[in-house]
Design a protein around this ligand. Sequence first.
Ligand code: NAD
Length: 396
Amino acid sequence: MVIAPKIRGFICTTAHPIGCAKHVAEQIEVVRSRGPIANGPQKVLVIGSSTGYGLSSRIAAAFGCNAATLGVFFERGSENGRTATAGWYNSAAFEHEAKAAGLYARSLNGDAFSDELKQQVIAAIREDLGQVDAIVYSLASPRRADPKTGEVFKSVLKPIGASYTNKNLNTSTGEVNEVTLEAAQGDDIAQTVAVMGGQDWEWWIEALLEAGVVAQGAWTVAYSYIGPEVTWPIYKNGTIGKAKEDLERAQHALDQKLVAIGGKAWVSVNKALVTQASSAIPVVPLYISLLYRAMKPEGTHEDTIEQMDRLFRERLCNGAPQPDEAGRIRVDDWEMAPALQALLSERWDSVNTENLPELGDLDGYQKSFLRLFGFGLDGVDYAADVEPDVAVPSLA
Ligand code: NAD
């Protein structure tokens, strides 16, 4: 079939298998072009490995550190003439590339929040790897079922205390309008913390430690965002920010637990980038479009792969993590540079629909968004018939 993008709001319901494979290949090339990463982990578990920051982490680990990788994700294969999800195609392509490079790669598709999947991962590590020496936790999900009680929690993106109105970008039309977000109510905060906070990360590491499948000196990292003040009511000081505070609580708790094996837990604060998760957050896409427009000419723009390559190469593996006062790794350092933020703050105040083409990078935003689903990649014939049913080799 010929596959074209079908965009519904902030998601694309189709994905292109060849385009996704090209996207993965381009990310691998970024890492390879920078040469091997010395002193990297050799057996890496990536939880949330199919898209966004988790996929790029898996690529940096495999093609930078030469590591065996075990990837966990929640994706759907092609059925009834529908395309698979982008994360499915990405994972299929990743496994092919890993095999061609002589690297072990195995994937598990299912609910990472469940006890069952944790046990499957432990069994897979025992079978194939013995132990892992790094665990990346990169889940982004709107809901989580508590494995002990079955209760389903839902995460919401809301300000806390009062409603909040600010500029917003319609990423399909380029219109800059306003959005008002109602304040969190009832147990919105607790629900969001239950989904996007640190409890499940803790449960993962505890289960892996208990099973004896974590190597001496291993590290684990989970991802967070802080961003500029203009987004704080919806991000840092909103419901999702409370969940990220809980992630930091979990990091400190895990640090204590990992002492016994000489290990370390990290939170890395990453840059705002177009991913499936971030495109769902109000206000943030307008900020991202201003950010891209300012960083690209400076030569400091990075996508998830450049961010994760830098995290592994220049923070996690070289013995110089450069933590901030709260102990967090900051690969959002270039985004948060004071001069850049001053410029963005000025531009935020004056941006409107008319001057967006000058102040923002809507085209770059839209292209990045489409690339997540395998569209708009150089050298892919989008008019050609393609087979949507692609197997992820280790799941076949
Ligand atoms: P993403 O949507 O691209 O990736 C989410 C991953 O989680 C996918 O691999 C998906 O399959 C997996 N997943 C979701 N629910 C699952 C489940 N129940 N079981 C198994 N796997 C599941 O998201 P992303 O933007 O890469 O976000 C990853 C992390 O990075 C999040 O913690 C996010 O807050 C953080 N982060 C994102 C940004 C950004 O701008 N995108 C910036 C800083 C930090």
